[in-house]
Design a protein around this ligand. Structure first.
Ligand SMILES: Nc1ncnc2c1ncn2[C@@H]1O[C@H](COP(=O)(O)OP(=O)(O)O)[C@@H](O)[C@H]1O
Ligand SMILES: [Mg+2]
Length: 313
């Protein structure tokens, strides 16, 4: 990475990093990064537990890209590295209209001596569903909900046919791409950070440990059991509940409490929160959120119910 900065400015961030263990990510915009410094970092667009997502420009073809970075470690085979490699490996093989396009992965040294690993993907102009939910406060038009959900459904059907489970479907991992030229909108699933192939056990989680997100992960995922496509159907149900009602399906003041609500299937019936939702759709979402995965509908059933109940008058 090249930075045109005075010497002191170049080195104090790595001193701060040494002392606090925190990467001063906000110092990166303006820097050149990656192979031959080909990526010009523009701004931070997202932050997660382990790193940051930046908007950047690839100087080779002048395209705007998204760079997701996490801290690396000089020792090989650490958890972060393995997760990024796996993400790039799974994400890079997927090709679908409703899934962001992965471009490359690699590593570089930033701010003097901090090793970071990155995945590069297409930049999606638009917003994620969390932002949409915040601005709509539970009043999304049901036909819009159906159009979004049908595209999520298509993406998931494709992903599952490829033998992959996303494992972390939630509003921040679903984006709406708004075409800068004609304003047309398309759903794009992002963040395959904890996705995995169906048949393989990753070895990145210990038995009994779980990865996922409170309020969206299925009960079997919370128990650290082996999971299949039906865990994604559960998470999809939680997203659908939220799109329809504007409220979380499962509430609680801590992750532990939310997980308890998930396990006990404690949620407010949709009709108590929003009137005018067709009963078939209400039943569909409740079935998607059933703690017993045997009772959850297939994605085909989800698709046909959404089409017949919400799109056809
Ligand atoms: N390709 C992209 N284009 C535009 N925004 C993105 C892109 N990827 C991620 N983001 C934004 O950054 C946020 C975090 O990215 P994500 O890949 O979900 O990382 P994390 O593992 O930190 O959750 C997303 O919720 C989204 O708002
Ligand atoms: Mg995410």
């Amino acid at each position: 990475m090249n930075m045109r900065l005075p010497l002191i400015d170049r080195f104090w961030p790595s001193v701060v990093y040494r002392l606090t263990g925190r990467i001063p990510w906000d110092r990166l915009p303006g820097a050149d990064f990656g192979p031959d410094g080909r990526f010009r970092i523009v701004s931070v667009i997202g932050s997660g537990g382990s790193g940051r997502v930046f908007r950047a420009v690839d100087s080779h073809d002048n395209t705007t890209i998204a760079l997701k970075m996490v801290r690396g470690d000089a020792r090989r085979g650490t958890l972060n590295q393995n997760r990024v490699c796996r993400e790039a490996n799974i994400f890079g093989r997927l090709s679908h209209e409703n899934i962001a396009v992965a471009r490359s992965m690699g590593w570089d040294v930033v701010l003097g001596r901090i090793l970071v690993i990155y995945t590069e993907s297409e930049f999606i102009p638009g917003y994620d569903l969390e932002q949409l939910l915040r601005s709509s406060r539970g009043s999304l038009d049901l036909s819009l909900v159906a159009r979004i959900a049908l595209q999520v459904c298509c993406a998931l059907e494709y992903v599952h046919a490829e033998g992959v489970i996303h494992r972390d479907l939630k509003p921040t991992n679903i984006m709406i791409r708004v075409d800068p030229n004609d304003g047309s909108q398309v759903v794009k699933i992002i963040d395959f950070g904890i996705a995995r192939h169906l048949e393989q056990h990753s070895g990145l989680t210990r038995p009994g440990e779980w990865v996922g997100s409170p309020g969206y992960s299925a009960p079997e995922q919370l128990r650290g059991e082996s999971i299949d496509e039906r865990a994604d159907v559960f998470s999809f149900g939680a997203v659908l509940y939220e799109l329809i009602t504007g409220r979380h399906a499962f509430d609680g003041s801590s992750a532990r409490e939310i997980n308890r609500a998930v396990r006990a299937s404690r949620m407010r019936p949709i009709r108590d929160v929003r009137a005018g939702v067709p009963p078939q759709v209400e039943q569909l979402v409740e079935k998607m959120l059933d703690p017993d995965r045997e009772k959850r509908p297939s994605l085909e059933e989800v698709r046909s119910c959404l089409q017949t109940s919400l799109l056809r008058p």
